[in-house]
Design a protein around this ligand. Structure first.
Ligand SMILES: [Zn+2]
Length: 68
């Protein structure tokens, strides 16, 4: 009986690099998160653990990446 997935993974906010959400374990799912530090939205892939900037309600040109 070993629980190897009993740890928290941090998903760092790609906007400010300060805010983070914790998740436990991996899943083949994408979530949308609002950063508690800067208030911006980003999406996180719980399988690859990569975070991606997301625009809130607006569509700033779909398929385009927002430059810094
Ligand atoms: Zn942030």
């Amino acid at each position: 009986m070993t629980e190897k997935q009993n740890y928290s993974l941090r998903l760092i906010c790609p906007w400010c690099q300060k805010g983070a959400v914790l998740t436990q374990g991996r899943a083949n799912v994408r979530i949308s998160v609002q950063c508690s530090k800067c208030g911006r939205f980003y999406s996180a892939d719980l399988n690859t653990m990569e975070t991606k900037r997301a625009s809130a309600c607006r569509r700033a040109g779909e398929g385009r990446t927002i430059t810094d």
